[in-house]
Design a binder for this molecule. Sequence first.
Ligand code: BG6
Length: 504
Amino acid sequence: MDPIQEMRRQVCEELHGSVTIVVLGASGDLAKKKTYPALFGLFKNGFLPENTRIVGYARTKMTQEDYLKRVTQYIKSDDTTEFQKILSYVSGQYDQDESFQQLDKFILDSEEERHIQVGKRHRVFYMALPPSVFITVAQGLKKNTYAKQGLNRIVVEKPFGHDSESSAHLAKELGACFTEEETFRIDHYLGKEMVKNVMMVRFANIFFSQIWNRSNIDNIQITFKEPFGTEGRGGYFDEFGIIRDVIQNHLLQVMSLIAMERPISTDAEDIRDEKVKVLKCIPPISVNDALLGQYIAENGKPSYLDDVTIKNKDSLTPTFAALVLFVQNERWEGVPFVLKAGKALNEAKVEVRIQFRNVAGSLYNGAARNELVLRVQPDEAVYIKFNNKQPGLSYQTIQTELDLTYQNRYTDMAIPDAYESLILDVLRNDHSNFVRDDELVAAWKIFTPLLHKIDAHHSDIKLSNYKYGSRGPAELDNFMKRYGYDRSNVCYSWPVQSVAPKKE
Ligand code: BG6
């Protein structure tokens, strides 16, 4: 069977042809920008079972018309008429039993109306909510709205706490309401096409699996760059900082896929077992292995502290961090993994860059180190920096690339948004791309000591300034050099926007 058809069949079978998806926080930003467009994508492509209803829930009082207008405004399609027919809205509080009972009644009526058999009245609760109400809402749902005659699933988004202790508390409270099997913790990076490709590249290609170790790899960088600052999101950001916002979750997830051992199968638990194992081999990050920065104004662009939503005008929250992690096992001992992320930098880019060792006793001057790059965004690509003879009479060594740029190779591809792919996994009951509770524990252990020092403005912590639109703090190149990164081939630059080669 065609694999897409097979996925549609899986969803239908898993949910017996019907489900009610409740979007909590339906009036918020995440819901309108990500959740509803993703649900629309699934609807349009036939992935929602025929008898699906989507119920928005939030405190705001809204007419059905206002609700529809709000949740469809980010959907890139002229025709949402059919989709709108399965949407409805209930307003209620997050901390009152009666509100959740009304929601329950609303869903029950809709289940009756749809003639859904008892035992098949499944509910998915999508929490597009601020963390301050996670626990209260989960408790309210469990007590009043939990399906008694069907399956329950709850989808939660980061932040999962702000350190080991708060994360353990959240896990305990949520765990008292929903089982691990019912819980899907989203890290949307796990839904990105290139991130989903990492295991395939590693474990389905013999030439990669053989060289994936400390004997051949010198250092690995996982980089996240955004060309804009916090701009209005400062209230949230200032409490979290770039390490909690991006590195501890998104980049660490990517790292665990790059560093883990081969799982015994592609089953969700086998994959997650290996991810947890590798995380447990990483000791807490040392302050000496961290470079932190905050952006300042440049060329008419504001500084971080100019953001009006930041209350503390002396804030020392990092907006840039380069952190070096080491995996203490046989495969990786001594290989630095540099996790780098920054706001207000010179470009938008997320990539994994694996730099190989020098060729021993190289015959050729000018041969640069090989690098394998997995470009996550923009413009998905896998390429290898590669030494080649200058074609023609010359024997000069030149750097070139073996290039798999998706837009050139897969001309009719349609890459779904990460959320679309992840919500589909929730419906199929596939946990592979979600964060397990023990994974969270292991992840926080690596970061908590450093974060506590940063929060306490410990005297060991230094925060460098960098200009809006720059590559980051001026110390960055020297810092990278300390961990072996060789930028000698800097004159070579990857032709990002490369399209089909020009004919002469
Ligand atoms: C979010 C962070 O989790 O990821 C944001 O909170 C960040 O600060 C965003 O901008 C990046 O996601 P994407 O999909 O745009 O790379």
